[in-house]
Design a protein around this ligand. Structure first.
Ligand code: ARG
Length: 708
């Protein structure tokens, strides 16, 4: 299997090499292309006094006010108002793709750029995208690599020192930078950060981390509506096992759909079932022979699978038999004409000819299977807007496209079949790499690729999407490349450009305890059982859990999902039930435990919302408390960065950083047993952490548990 190289040069990492430093273009996704004229900033003993021209462009840009009006922003105002002349509107006017109402780091970067503009003499819009994340809190909150500003003449180390000396002594938001080589590390002043971030999280709740403006068609004018994205994922094949590839597609696709939804896109989730082809003719035959109505209704997925396996075994035996006879010189023409293979072909022909009885039968299989899939997806917090599938692609549409491909010289006849010889159509190596796929068989039937071509264009007709993501294993890299290229060759370069294949590696060593058949339900049941056993080991705790089965189920699902999301998508990983269900290490159960623990502190503290809202946050002075807040402040930026990496691990690594900071803080920041005011302040902090952990877990598709 050919794996695609991983294309993201940096994820959460700051630029620690010069090459990276000069290559990376900042942390904010460049969704909107609006660029604003650079403005004059006069640093005045740490007070940046921005000058904003009132050009007609700004007169047009009303949304800033709309943004502020749409979100209650008292928390973030706490941060902004510390700096004279700084305001939310001023920040979003000056810096592109900046949403300070949603993101404390946008405020911090804007203010820091304003200061550094004066200190370095470099345009603030060049500085802003070069302000990077740090590798850890000990390295600061923001880092700047001096060479990234591309000033000629002086050595980067010297520049870094010079800038540090010039940096204002008493800046309200930043301490003096720390220099190491040519890196300047900036540490945020704790007080304004704590007083803004905790209230901000309280105000925004589940919205903290979301940014509805990113998905607007025109960020300047919300009335123009949202951008639309189709996420196609899961896409199992009826009557065949739901294998690891489908599981990964389901997990990653569900996450991506949530991610875009949180960014304000109009998200359409499509499940493109494998439900068409000769094998479904064979399945129908099997049902005629051995089908059992009761069994079908009770467990359609398993029943159909067993029929499918049985008839396939028979068919293979029959084929061998025929081959032997043929070798022995017997005339097998008649036998062949009545073979299972031939019967299946004829049955499928009836289906494509829309024979009502044949179609009815097949539709029943499909509907019953979908009903069952839906139950399983619900356990994973997933629902689809559309169950599409290979069967839903119309023969007429495919005929039409087939003719068009022929007319345009894209598909050519070859031995009765139609194929696309990419080597003749696309110059260079790419043409060769795309190979020579068939789009019509000799007998006139369409193929997987043919159906995908029609389906893609049909979806565009129907949804006019701005973007479409296919979450499919990297084993199908070639298939999707061929698909997108054909769309392009058909003259739809614009549509092809909107399509993206999100691929992923293999899962190794996955089999259920009872056998090797890997239906999603079986996998989840096995993991839940295992989780249940683990829970039972701690008798004390176990006796306190109200509904251990349900909790074990949720924990089991979290185990599978977290293991899947731990590495980069393209990496293969080994399905290891012992590792994933352990409470040690960065696992699903550990993440759930961290969340439940904060809930339990809140229950024990027994403080009202009112008490938390009015807590005196100046009492949070310990390094542990400050560090938790620094991490909490990163959450919206992490989500925004995830829109660029499209990697669940970007979110997951953040969440684990958060859980580690929490677990090391408990001894230092006791809630129960502390003096009342301190108790309130600390609980307000932990409550904010609870919100952010929950938001992150839900974004990944997990169901956070309050007790376990
Ligand atoms: N549009 C697509 N081809 N999506 C992927 C479908 C995956 C296919 N059902 C399989 O199991 O391999």
């Amino acid at each position: 299997m050919v794996c695609q190289p991983f294309t993201y040069t940096f994820l959460l990492r700051p630029c620690f090499s010069l090459r990276q430093a000069t290559k990376t273009r900042g942390l904010v996704p460049q969704f909107s292309r609006v660029r604003y004229p650079s403005t004059t900033v006069l640093p005045l003993h740490g007070r940046a006094v921005p000058h904003y021209p009132s050009s007609s462009l700004f007169a047009l840009r009303q949304p800033v006010r709309t943004f502020a009006a749409m979100s209650s922003s008292t928390g973030i105002e706490e941060l902004v108002k510390r700096v004279d002349g700084l305001s939310l509107d001023a920040i979003s006017e000056k810096y592109p793709n900046c949403y300070p109402e949603n993101n404390p780091f946008d405020v911090l970067r804007a203010h820091l750029s304003n200061i550094l503009g004066g200190v370095t003499g470099v345009d603030t819009n060049i500085i802003y995208p070069n302000l990077q994340w740090t590798q850890g809190l000990d390295k600061g909150d923001i880092v700047l690599a001096a060479p990234s500003l591309r000033l000629k003449g002086k050595k980067p180390d010297e520049l870094a020192k010079e800038w540090t000396d010039k940096f204002p002594e008493n800046d309200p938001l930043f301490q003096k930078p720390v220099v190491s080589g040519y890196f300047l590390s900036f540490f945020v002043q704790p007080d304004p950060l704590i007083k803004s971030v905790i209230p901000m999280i309280r105000e925004r709740g589940a919205e903290y981390g979301r940014n509805k403006f990113l998905g607007l068609r025109d960020p300047k004018d919300p009335s123009k509506g949202q951008k639309r994205i189709i996420v196609e994922f899961s896409s199992p094949n009826i009557a065949k096992p739901f294998h690891a590839g489908h599981l990964r597609s389901t997990i990653i696709g569900g996450f991506l759909a949530n991610l875009y939804q949180g960014a304000g896109w109009d998200v359409i989730r499509i499940n493109y079932l494998g439900d068409w082809g000769k094998q479904y003719g064979l399945l129908a035959l099997a049902f005629e022979k051995y089908g059992d109505e009761e069994a079908l209704k009770k467990d359609p997925i398993n029943h159909l699978f067993h029929l499918y396996v049985r008839i396939n075994t028979e068919m293979t035996a029959e084929k061998e038999e025929l081959a032997k006879k043929k070798e022995a010189g017997e005339d097998i023409a008649e036998l062949e004409a009545n073979s299972l293979d031939e019967q299946a072909r004829r049955y499928f022909k009836k289906m494509t000819d829309r024979d009502p009885a044949a179609l009815d039968q097949w539709k029943r299989f499909r509907d019953l299977s979908i009903a069952r899939y839906k139950e399983t997806y619900a356990r994973l917090n997933i629902r689809f807007d559309e169950y599409s599938g290979e069967s839903q692609v119309s023969e007429e549409a495919m005929d039409k496209i087939g003719k068009e491909m022929e007319e345009k010289g894209i598909a050519k006849e070859d031995n009765g079949a139609m194929l696309v010889n990419f080597a003749e159509l696309v110059p260079g190596k790419e043409g060769k790499r795309l190979e020579k796929p068939i789009v019509r068989k000799k007998d006139g039937t369409a193929l997987y690729l043919t159906r995908d071509i029609s389906e893609l264009l049909g979806r565009y007709e129907k949804y006019k999407f701005d973007h479409m993501i296919y979450v499919v294993a990297s084993a199908q890299d070639l298939h999707l490349k061929q698909l997108f290229k054909i769309i392009e060759l058909l003259g739809h370069k614009d549509i092809a450009a909107k399509c993206q294949h999100i691929n992923f590696g293999l899962v190794q060593g996955m089999s259920t305890r009872k056998g090797t058949v890997k239906f999603l339900d079986d996998i989840l049941r096995d993991v839940a059982d295992k989780m249940h056993e683990t829970m039972k080991k701690n008798e004390d705790k176990y006796s306190q859990v109200e509904n251990p089965e349900a909790t074990a189920d949720t924990l089991g699902i979290s185990s599978v999902m977290v293991q899947d999301m731990s590495g980069k998508r393209i990496n293969n990983y080994t399905f290891n039930m012992d590792v994933m269900t352990s409470f040690e290490g960065d696992t699903g159960p550990y993440l759930q435990y961290a969340h439940a623990r904060v809930s339990s502190i809140r229950r024990k503290a027994n403080l009202s919302d009112e008490e938390l809202a009015t807590a005196d946050l100046t009492l949070l002075t310990e390094t542990h408390a400050v560090n938790i807040v620094r991490l909490l402040a990163q959450w919206p930026d992490t989500v925004q960065n995830t829109l660029r990496t499209l990697e669940p691990t970007t979110v997951l690594s953040y969440l684990f950083k958060m859980t580690h900071a929490l677990s090391s803080s408990y001894d230092h920041l006791k809630v129960v047993g502390s003096e009342r005011e301190l108790m309130k302040a600390r609980m307000a902090l932990y409550d904010a952490a609870h919100t952010v952990l929950g938001n992150g877990m839900r974004l990944l598709g997990l169901s956070p548990v309050e007790r376990m």
